[in-house]
Design a protein around this ligand. Structure first.
Ligand SMILES: C[S@@+](CC[C@H](N)C(=O)[O-])C[C@H]1O[C@@H](n2cnc3c(N)ncnc32)[C@H](O)[C@@H]1O
Length: 208
């Protein structure tokens, strides 16, 4: 596996180096996202594709009453998430589960929030995977997406090179929103940072 392909499923020593880099590189975007959404009332949150746990540690600074579940394909990422969020883990407020977004190993309505940062690019079937995220949310719950890329004319050249280097897939903001609605979400709100190309999308279920 070459180093760049580690973003898809970081594994082993190279994966840990990549995850450290992602934790650093995603910090500014997460800080910006957290300035634009209120996470203070979250009680139970599933972080899908939690990677090295950096975004989770930023979230937990604001969602202080939340219990966290980190899910990832990679066991090495789950270990790193526990290490990076060790105080939460020791308090019993963090558990990690190995799995895929394709088939989430949780009962319907288990969480009030599903969070996904920089991971939908790699999901096998966005329509079905958003449906699965909706299934594990309670009515009144929300899905939060944070990403540093989407498909738009101004990003197409850059996206092409990322697609090639990292095997990523991008949708337009409208496509993400419409897939979320097809998956059963009632309302979708998007905020963008046009200079950096970041966005935060909040998809609300009925009952909000
Ligand atoms: C680019 S990393 C982002 C990690 C972290 N969310 C962050 O922002 O730093 C993508 C993560 O998504 C995970 N991932 C990829 N496909 C997945 C799938 N089908 N189900 C669950 N996790 C997945 C990878 O293992 C990897 O840890």
């Amino acid at each position: 596996m070459n180093f760049h392909s580690q973003v898809r499923k970081p594994t082993g020593v190279q994966g840990i180096i990549m995850a450290r880099r992602m934790n650093r590189n995603h910090r500014g975007m997460m800080q910006w996202a957290l300035d634009h959404i209120d996470v203070s009332n979250i009680t139970s949150i599933l972080d899908v594709g939690c990677g090295g746990g950096g975004p989770m540690s930023q979230l937990s600074g604001k969602a202080t009453g939340a219990k966290f579940t980190g899910l990832d394909l990679s066991i090495d990422m789950l270990r790193m998430t526990c290490k990076v969020n060790s105080s939460r883990f020791k308090e019993g407020k963090l558990r990690t589960v190995r799995g895929s977004v394709s088939s989430l190993p949780f009962h319907a309505g288990s969480f009030d929030t599903v969070f996904a940062c920089e991971t939908t690019y790699f999901w096998p079937d966005l329509r079905e995977n958003f449906r699965e995220c909706r299934r594990v949310l309670a009515n009144g719950g929300r899905m939060i997406l944070v990403q540093e890329a989407w498909d738009a004319p101004q990003w197409r050249e850059r996206n092409k090179s990322w697609q090639k280097g990292f095997s990523m897939r991008f949708c337009s903001l409208e496509e993400y929103a419409s897939l979320l609605k097809e998956a059963g979400f009632a309302r979708v709100t998007t905020t963008t940072e046009e200079e950096q190309g970041w966005f935060v999308m909040v998809a609300e279920t009925e009952g909000n």
